[in-house]
Design a protein around this ligand. Structure first.
Ligand SMILES: O=C(O)CCC(=O)C(=O)O
Length: 287
């Protein structure tokens, strides 16, 4: 049974278990991302690492497109990512709709949010990264946008392939993609970035969460260490004004875990390309 959508989008800060610092709100306004340090405790992180390890060991899941073989020398085959665990794993569901995450998402976006996806990355030593992309390319939440909550389970830095983000990309339209370098990335499409702009690494400690909107250009470099995992739990959400999302992300849940009605977003649509306006890289959508 679907729940009716709430009539109001007014948020009551006093109901929230967290208060997002002004500095994070300001950074989100400018850049489209913000970091919540220590949002989850060390004990919680230890619990998630243990749970996620057992979950991967337990077998095959829908979304294990290339199978799983712990003895394979290809790190992505030995430890493939797990997707949409919240659909069958209660721990993942509870993590996805945790009140602290909800509070951050709601205060950053100024509206309620709905939850659509969980992902678990192991990214062991030697794994490729993920080429720069925008999540809205995939989720197509409309109107509004999608949001990500990316939680570090290990210390994440440049050596083990932390996330990188392009500052001030949070207001861009969805860009046209091009082929990615599939030695560096496990995905085969990317978005171009003008030479004057540069994605920056976001180092996180276990329990820190990086929040970013669906326009932010982001990705990750390979894990070049010989002995460190870069495990992370990722939740994807859509903002409360959205009425449609790509089929892959349905069913959509409210932050109490109840299914809500959403239309299926059609594929395709226009995409932006960089052009030079008075020496400044600017995205235009060709007519
Ligand atoms: O964790 C990564 O390396 C990339 C994840 C990502 O970019 C995403 O979930 O959109």
């Amino acid at each position: 049974m679907f729940r009716r959508r709430p009539e109001t989008t007014v948020l009551r800060l006093e109901d929230s278990v967290v208060q997002v610092p002004d500095q994070a709100l300001q950074q989100f306004e400018v850049d489209g991302y913000a970091v919540a340090r220590d949002l989850f405790t060390t004990d919680e992180v230890d619990f998630y690492i243990d749970h996620c390890t057992r979950l991967r060991e337990a077998g095959l899941y829908a979304g294990d497109f290339s199978g799983v073989d712990p003895s394979d020398t290809d790190p992505l085959k030995a430890f493939p990512r797990v997707i949409h665990m919240h659909r069958w794993d209660d721990v993942s569901l509870k993590w996805m709709i945790d009140a602290r995450t909800a509070g951050w998402l709601e205060q950053l976006t100024g509206q309620p949010v709905y939850a659509v996806q969980t992902m678990l990355y192991f990214k062991p030593a030697g794994s490729p990264g993920q080429a720069l992309h925008q999540d809205q390319f995939y989720l197509k939440a409309k109107p509004g946008t999608c949001m990500a909550a990316w939680m570090a389970l290990d210390r994440c830095d440049e050596a083990n392939g932390c996330l990188q983000v392009l500052p001030r990309s949070g207001d861009l339209p969805v860009l046209c993609t091009e082929s990615a370098d599939i030695i560096q990335s496990f995905t085969d499409v990317t978005v171009p970035v003008p030479s004057q702009m540069e994605a920056i690494p976001i180092a996180l400690d276990p329990g820190d969460v990086l929040f970013f909107n669906g326009a932010v250009i982001h990705g990750s470099l390979p894990n070049t260490t010989t002995d460190r995992f870069r495990r992370s739990l990722i939740g994807h959400y859509v903002t409360g004004d959205a009425t449609e999302v790509s089929k892959f992300y349905k069913p959509v849940l409210d932050m109490a875990g109840q299914e809500v009605d959403f239309a299926e977003s059609p594929g395709g649509g226009p995409c932006g390309v960089w052009s030079d306006v008075n020496g400044q890289p600017t995205v235009k959508i060709p007519a």
